[in-house]
Write a protein that binds this ligand. Structure first.
Ligand code: ADP
Ligand code: ASP
Ligand code: MG
Length: 436
């Protein structure tokens, strides 16, 4: 069971989660940092990078006050309150010790890890105050990424199982989401929103019956509720549909978190902490559905067009294009080809200058920034006549830079300008889900 930032965002919410996790058999509970904490820790790190130590310390002081207030409201027994105060104070002292002039990437990751350290400490002590004998499983003792930033699943499985064996009688095991160690043994993280990935990696490692991701909304909605009104939850998704939606911007799930569950064939349920009785979304190996399920959008996309220097594509032109991206380990999201060239998209400017320089040796290159991928997901098997036409029709009034269809049976993607995103998402909902 994984609980996100809002779900543990106040003393009342922590109490609510404590009730949700008890009386439901043996469970591993993965917690995010309390909402706002990781953002604040990022802000503190930004000040430290700019060598503004006073600025960092001021923000840290007000964050510490918030935690003191939470502790005062969470615990009713003096002993537990004192212990919580002491442990949280030790974490803040640790962060203060990292506020120095030679602030490094390693220090930053150490700071970012403290949010999950604090939320799990509070939950653990609160459960004990309520007389629930939960065990603590430190994520830094089993969660690991390799030199490429990929989860080391064998290591995780072995270490986690050993740790669980140390407390065989416990019914609840509390652990931190998001944080891990890297191949050098340093503290690292699974990137923003990474607690979802912790949950699926843990679920896969122990071959869980089911993985529950508890958040602040009643499941995966059919469009992004931050931009479209009247969206509704999708009751069932295939693993591949959920993976596409997560990868292409549905913030409810970390972009990479579906794969471990899919590989282990473990159903994932998305549930709402604020309304726990609602069914939410079930993600599993479901059959084809014959309908379009949902729409998502991924921001900050860069499109690169490479026109071959020769009129007809030389036979190894494509190979050379992809080799350049590959040499820089740069993943490509969308591709469109023609007789004379190819357009691709990437999701960050990292190393792009070098890539473009090399691409210029084989063709004429144009780069468009501030683009958005809008991804329509569902049963888009090509024999389903007309499905892609409906999506296309919805976008009739919007300039579309690229279209990608046929790469899988589950998705059609459109590349549009950032300023057209909200209009595109709303137009798609109006056409694809007209009753809502
Ligand atoms: P948590 O802190 O629990 O991990 P997140 O903020 O990461 O929660 O994810 C939940 C949020 O994702 C929702 O509040 C909602 O605003 C956003 N979201 C974006 N797209 C979708 C979608 N298709 N369905 C549901 N929520 C979505
Ligand atoms: N606390 C981390 C973040 O805010 C991880 C998570 O919430 O999943 O990104
Ligand atoms: Mg999240």
């Amino acid at each position: 069971m994984k609980f996100g930032g809002t779900s543990v965002g106040s003393s009342d919410r922590i109490k609510e989660v404590a009730s949700l996790i008890t009386g439901r058999g043996q469970n591993i509970v993965v917690l995010s940092a309390m909402s706002g904490t990781t953002n604040t820790l990022v802000e503190i790190s930004d000040y430290l990078r700019k060598r503004n130590i006073n600025g960092a310390k001021q923000i840290l002081n007000s964050l510490e006050k918030k935690y003191s207030a939470t502790i005062a409201m969470l615990f009713s027994e003096v002993d537990y309150r004192m212990e919580a105060d002491e442990e949280i104070r030790a974490i803040f002292s640790h962060i203060r010790a990292l506020c120095h002039d030679n602030f490094s990437d390693v220090d930053e990751k150490e700071i970012l890890a403290q949010g999950e350290m604090m939320s799990t400490t509070l939950m653990y002590l609160y459960l004990h105050e309520r007389g629930i004998d939960a065990a603590f499983i430190p994520a830094l003792d089993y969660m690991k990424i390799d030199a490429d930033g990929e989860a080391d699943t064998e290591y995780i499985r072995e270490k986690l199982r050993n740790l669980l064996d140390e407390s065989p009688a416990a019914t609840l095991y509390i652990t931190q989401g998001y944080i891990c160690r890297n191949h050098l043994g340093e503290v690292d993280n699974l990137r923003r929103g990474g607690s979802d990935l912790t949950a699926t990696l843990v679920g896969a490692a122990i071959e869980a019956q089911e993985i529950e991701i508890w958040t602040d909304i009643d499941g995966m909605h059919n469009n992004d509720p931050r931009y479209v009104e009247g969206t509704t939850p999708v009751s069932e998704l295939h693993f591949d549909e959920a993976a596409e939606l997560a990868y292409f911007g549905a913030k409810i799930l970390h972009p990479a978190c579906v794969l471990p569950a899919k590989v282990g064939n473990i159903p994932v349920r998305l549930l709402n902490t604020m309304a726990p009785h609602l069914p939410g979304t079930l993600i599993y190996n479901t059959d084809r559905s014959g309908c379009i399920k949902a729409v998502a959008a991924k921001d900050d996309i860069i499109a690169i067009r490479i026109k071959s220097s020769r009129m007809l594509l030389a036979s190894n032109f494509m190979h050379r294009v992809f080799e350049i991206f590959d040499n820089y380990r740069k993943p490509i999201d969308m591709i469109a080809t023609s007789e004379v060239g190819v357009s691709v998209t990437v999701d960050s400017p990292l190393k792009l200058e070098h890539i473009v320089d090399e691409l210029k040796e084989i063709g004429t290159v144009t780069v468009d920034t501030d683009m958005v991928i809008v991804c329509v997901v569902g049963d888009l098997e090509w024999h389903n006549v007309g499905f892609e036409a409906v999506a296309l029709k919805a976008l009739a009034g919007i300039p579309v830079r690229m279209i990608s269809y046929g790469g899988s049976n589950r998705n059609i993607s459109f590349l549009i300008k950032k300023e057209d995103k909200i209009a595109a998402l709303n137009a798609l909902s109006a056409t694809l889900f007209p009753s809502h």
